[in-house]
Ligand binder design. Structure first.
Ligand code: HEM
Ligand SMILES: *[C@@H]1O[C@H](CO)[C@@H](O)[C@H](O)[C@H]1NC(C)=O
Ligand SMILES: *[C@@H]1O[C@H](CO)[C@@H](O)[C@H](O)[C@H]1NC(C)=O
Ligand SMILES: *[C@@H]1O[C@H](CO)[C@@H](O)[C@H](O)[C@H]1NC(C)=O
Ligand SMILES: *[C@@H]1O[C@H](CO)[C@@H](O)[C@H](O)[C@H]1NC(C)=O
Ligand SMILES: *[C@@H]1O[C@H](CO)[C@@H](O)[C@H](O)[C@H]1NC(C)=O
Ligand SMILES: *[C@@H]1O[C@H](CO)[C@@H](O)[C@H](O)[C@H]1NC(C)=O
Ligand SMILES: *[C@@H]1O[C@H](CO)[C@@H](O)[C@H](O)[C@H]1NC(C)=O
Length: 305
């Protein structure tokens, strides 16, 4: 039965450690010692920031390109940046079609390399990054979730958030791969990484998935993130529950002829320093490393569970 298989998956994440700690608590203890809500939020900040901009902390176990860098998934080229920098009309703001939003509008990679979500607390970038910390914090079952130092998820359901992106299996797979690489770079074991990847694929990687509870206080929600026609159909598909019976259109370019120098990049919509991906992050990260040391200096690599 679907609900019990999901429950079993959630259980895998909820009690993976020998000490019966959640993955969040287990790795907070391993990397930051004191297992309190503040440190759990820091762990999620480190993880999500690395997923987004690639590895920027030292020491680390492996390179992470990050979701903003172009890459490849199972032989297919992937470039997720246009969904984040306003190049595509792919964001859901309640209308019947997508709109262009720049989510790199508050410092771009610079604050992330200082273990912050954004330069200020009122920007597209701030809300996206903090929502990701919160959401993944609940998925990884942080014990301090929804307390003063670890605010609960305050975004929308996954189907709605990604409704105008028409994400494909390779785009989705690339994202999940970056989550796995980021976790591994901090010393998360390969079996824990696989458990997380399985949950992400099961909950979000099929189209027309039926309503299920992911964030308990939100109740049952529609959760398909992989929504284009190439995505595998959920074995229990309820396409009628989705807008337009689960058929999505590819997002349009925010500006016609965007690549010829008269488009977003020359109007300031696309922040320079983000557009070329990994190589620029690496260069900038070297400059910022001293500042990162404050928190990262506390990172330990005694993951011996
Ligand atoms: C396991 C896969 C994924 C998870 C768990 C995930 C999770 C999330 C969450 C929690 C949000 C915040 C929603 C809100 O603030 O209301 C979000 C937003 C977003 N995600 Fe994903 N995501 C995934 C895959 C992807 C992929 C593959 C892309 C490809 C481009 C993507 C692009 C975005 C964008 C652009 C937003 C901002 C949407 C908006 O605020 O309108 N996500 N995602
Ligand atoms: C689909 O739903 C039915 C009825 O709730 C359930 O018996 C079945 O196990 C589900 N299949 C999957 C793969 O979740
Ligand atoms: C471990 O955690 C699970 C799920 O939270 C719980 O059902 C179980 O009783 C716990 N086991 C021990 C030995 O604490
Ligand atoms: C959490 O632990 C850190 C030390 O690792 C400490 O500085 C901080 O005050 C603690 N926070 C809370 C809320 O206990
Ligand atoms: C990313 O990780 C790789 C492999 O550990 C390392 O060679 C590289 O210097 C790291 N990049 C940054 C910016 O820390
Ligand atoms: C964000 O903060 C960084 C570091 O303080 C600074 O270099 C950068 O100019 C700021 N960017 C914006 C857009 O405020
Ligand atoms: C973009 O280019 C196409 C053909 O090259 C042209 O027909 C169209 O008018 C252009 N759009 C804008 C906004 O310049
Ligand atoms: C670039 O865009 C402008 C207007 O947006 C258009 O007039 C021009 O023809 C375009 N150039 C090329 C090479 O597409």
């Amino acid at each position: 039965m679907r609900s019990s298989s999901l429950f079993a998956l959630a259980g895998t994440l909820a009690a993976a450690a020998a000490q019966n700690m959640s993955l969040c608590d287990k790795y907070t203890t391993a990397l930051l010692k004191d297992n309190n809500a503040t440190n759990q939020y820091t762990l999620l900040t480190l993880l999500v920031n690395t997923v987004v901009i690639g590895n920027y902390t030292q020491p680390n176990k492996n390179r992470v390109p990050g979701i903003l860098a172009p890459g490849e998934y199972m032989g297919e080229q992937v470039n997720l940046l246009p969904y984040f920098n306003g190049e595509l009309k792919s964001s859901n703001r309640g209308g019947s079609s997508g709109v262009s939003i720049n989510f790199l509008d508050d410092g771009g990679a610079a604050p992330l390399m200082m273990n912050m979500p954004a330069n200020s607390t009122d920007s597209n970038q701030y809300f996206l990054l903090t929502h990701l910390y919160q959401f993944f914090g609940k998925l990884l079952d942080c014990s301090g979730y929804s307390t003063m130092n670890f605010p609960k998820y305050s975004g929308v359901d996954m189907a709605s958030a990604h409704a105008f992106m028409a994400l494909s299996p390779s785009e989705f797979g690339y994202f999940v791969t970056q989550v796995g690489l980021a976790a591994t770079s901090f010393g998360v074991s390969s079996s824990d990484v696989s458990a997380v990847a399985d949950v992400l694929n099961t909950l979000f990687g099929y189209r027309c998935s039926p309503k299920t509870t992911v964030i308990p206080e939100m109740g049952e929600t529609l959760n398909s993130i992989c929504q284009n026609e190439k995505c595998p159909l959920d074995p229990n598909a309820t396409c009628d529950a989705y807008p337009n019976k689960g058929i999505v259109m590819e997002p349009e370019l925010a500006m016609a002829n965007a690549t010829n120098g008269t488009g977003p990049s020359s109007t300031g919509m696309v922040p320079s320093g983000i557009t070329t991906g990994e190589s620029e992050f690496s260069g900038a990260a070297t400059v910022e490393r001293a500042a990162v040391g404050v928190v990262v200096g506390l990172l330990a690599f005694a993951v011996t569970f």
